[in-house]
Ligand binder design. Structure first.
Ligand code: IPE
Ligand code: IPE
Ligand code: MG
Length: 252
């Protein structure tokens, strides 16, 4: 429904992984560096993680890069982050092209400066033909914003608000829901990430700070996912006796 067919992931590998990339500030502070140095290292970690996901057969990686609430940070950190994204975009596009990564930005683009907005759109356009991995970067994003904007869009069109219509009007309508949501940095909360789409995701919390989240840590999360039994409301006996859908029936 809405989502295009993507290559099937190898058995036990999540087709769609979503990550709350947390811990950049602490990584820098522990090294007596400014917090922005941690965010810079976070970009390196994301490049490595995207490559590793593609190598393991993951089709979609969705990451939380800047939340609706992150505007509450000190002004110099916010402007540093926006600047970092603008510069990372032009630097990263050649890597994304080489790695076959298609970039999508999900979030409220309207309230960003024209310079940042054009940069995001240009990076999306430049990578639009890539097919190895879809990388959704949630930027100026909040799960509540996403649900509210979808409802407002449907209301303005005079269309009924249903689970199915909301799903196809939200930011991640172009991909299936995440199978696995990882949060690094040791906190066990969702912080307004994918409130709708994570309804049936498996959760994995890692104590590693995001810049330290390497291939070994990713493999640990995938191995944990492979051991889970996804029941989607059914009983364990039903799952064992029948072919259970890989995703939530609403989006199968
Ligand atoms: C996550 O790292 C990145 C963003 C929120 C932009 P943090 O900056 O939250 O790092 P900690 O949690 O302070 O260590
Ligand atoms: C969540 O991390 C947002 C991103 C990773 C972009 P935060 O560090 O902002 O989350 P809280 O505020 O500690 O919950
Ligand atoms: Mg944090």
């Amino acid at each position: 429904m809405g989502a295009p067919s993507l290559p099937t992931a190898p058995s036990g590998v999540p087709a769609h992984i979503a990550i709350v990339m947390d811990g950049n500030g602490r990584w820098a502070t522990r090294r007596f560096l400014p917090r922005l140095a941690g965010h810079r290292q976070g970009v390196e970690s994301l490049r490595r993680c995207a490559r590793a996901c593609a190598d393991r057969g993951v089709s979609v990686l969705t990451v939380f890069a800047f939340s609706s609430e992150n505007w509450n940070r000190p002004a110099d950190e916010v402007s540093g982050l926006l600047d970092l994204v603008a510069r990372a975009l032009s630097r990263e596009v050649p890597h994304l092209l080489k790695d076959g990564v298609r970039l999508h930005f999900v979030g409220d683009k309207e309230s960003l400066s024209e310079k940042v907005r054009l940069g995001l759109c240009e990076a999306e356009r430049a990578t639009a033909h890539n097919q190895r991995l879809v990388l959704n970067v949630c930027f100026n994003y909040g799960g509540r914003w996403d649900i509210a904007q979808a409802a407002a869009t449907l209301a303005a069109r005079g269309e009924p608000i249903t689970e199915a219509s909301l799903h196809t009007t939200m930011g991640l309508a172009h991909v299936p829901d995440p199978d696995l949501v990882i949060r690094t940095g040791g906190e066990m909360r969702i912080s307004n990430f994918l409130l709708w789409q994570a309804a049936y995701s498996e959760l994995f919390f890692s104590d590693r700070l995001w810049p330290d989240f390497d291939e070994t840590a990713l493999d640990e999360a995938i191995a944990s996912f492979a051991r889970r039994e996804r029941r989607f409301g059914r009983t364990s006996a039903q799952v064992l006796n029948a072919a259970v859908p890989r995703t939530d029936p609403l989006h199968a």
